[in-house]
Design a protein around this ligand. Structure first.
Ligand code: SF4
Ligand code: SF4
Length: 62
C-alpha cells in the first residue's frame, strides 16, 4: 500500500497531475490539487511526482 501526500502550499494550480494519475484519485479543488478519490487506490506509480513542476507529491510505501 502507498501513502500519497500533497504539499498544497506549493501547488500552483496548474492541474497537470489530475488526468495522468492512473488511479484517478486527484482533482482540483479551489485551484489546489486534492486527493478526492480513495487514497488506498494509489498504485505508487510516481507519475504525479514526475509531472508536478512544484515538487508537491510524496509517495511512501507502507
Ligand atoms: S503515485 Fe500514481 S496512482 Fe498514486 S497518486 Fe500519484 S499518479 Fe496517482
Ligand atoms: S502538478 Fe503540482 S502544482 Fe500542478 S496542480 Fe498538481 S500538485 Fe499542483
Amino acid at each position: 500500500m502507498f501513502l500519497v501526500s500533497i504539499k498544497q502550499d506549493n501547488c500552483t494550480g496548474c492541474g497537470s497531475c489530475v488526468d495522468p494519475c492512473p488511479a484517478k484519485i486527484l482533482e482540483m479543488v479551489d485551484d489546489k490539487a486534492e486527493i478526492t478519490g480513495d487514497a488506498a487506490d494509489c498504485m505508487g506509480c510516481e507519475t504525479c511526482v514526475e509531472i508536478c513542476p512544484s515538487g508537491c507529491f510524496t509517495i511512501m510505501e507502507l
